[in-house]
Design a protein around this ligand. Structure first.
Ligand code: 13P
Length: 235
């Protein structure tokens, strides 16, 4: 399974270092065989001597250049980072990244052989508009994306479930994941208000290959518990 932490705009460089160390200690002590990914804030990227895989929350589709406020490939290469998150709902909806921009970014980092965690998910009004409209909305987020890319991981994150404490029912998650697996055989994670109290039942669902966790992952202890659940379920 794949257990991923999106730290968003949280944890300083020093805090991130301590966080990754705590995860690494837990993983070694418990002989964790699951894939654990952590996406720190940009200024907290570094080289970590750890079994945790570090990824970038974002980067521009460029090696380097004049793109104020962005980082490029060279900044990731410096730390040996080969994993990137693309299409997160906060980048789509708050930062205004369009599908076209995401496809450009996807293709750029795909060409470089990066592992890509690509996010899809519907806002509340699309969910309330009914299944057909909701699936059409999600389908549009697959446009231009190579769903057969061997280093692709997909995360289904309903926008209305992110940071709200709300989640779809377990049955809904299983149903949507089963539908999304038809679009791509890539590992499919669920994200949106995953916590210690619900992670185990979400991880146990059919067609759920892992979780992408935001707020609850900020507590290393909680995130370690979720890693532990994944390990238990695989054994
Ligand atoms: P929360 O776990 O805080 O709902 O965030 C989910 C998320 O956006 C992970 O990418």
């Amino acid at each position: 399974m794949i257990i991923a932490a999106n730290l968003k705009t949280n944890l300083t460089r020093k805090e991130t270092k301590a966080y990754v160390e705590e995860l690494d200690n837990y993983m070694k002590k418990n002989s964790i065989a699951q894939e654990v990914l952590v996406f720190p804030a940009m200024s907290s990227l570094d080289t970590f001597d750890s079994s945790v895989v570090i990824g970038a929350q974002n980067a521009y589709a460029t090696k380097e250049g004049a793109f104020t406020g962005e980082i490029g490939e060279v900044h990731l290469e410096e730390f040996g980072i080969k994993t990137i998150l693309i299409g997160h709902s906060e980048r789509r909806h708050i930062l205004g990244e369009t599908q076209e921009m995401l496809v450009e970014k996807f293709n750029y980092y795909k060409e470089l052989g990066y592992k890509i965690l690509y996010c899809v998910g519907e806002p509340l009004e699309k969910r309330e508009a009914g299944k057909e409209e909701m699936m059409e909305y999600i389908q549009a987020q697959y446009e231009g994306i190579d769903t057969e890319y061997e280093k692709l991981i997909i995360a289904y994150e309903p926008v209305w479930a992110i940071g709200t404490g709300l989640t779809p029912t377990l049955q809904d998650i299983e149903e949507i994941h089963t539908a999304l697996k038809e679009k791509s055989k890539a590992p499919l994670l669920y994200g949106g208000s995953v916590k210690v109290t619900n992670a185990k039942e979400v991880l146990a669902l059919k067609n759920v290959d892992g979780v992408l966790v935001g707020s609850a992952a900020l507590y290393a202890e909680h995130f370690c518990s979720m890693i532990g659940f994944a390990e238990e379920l695989q054994n």
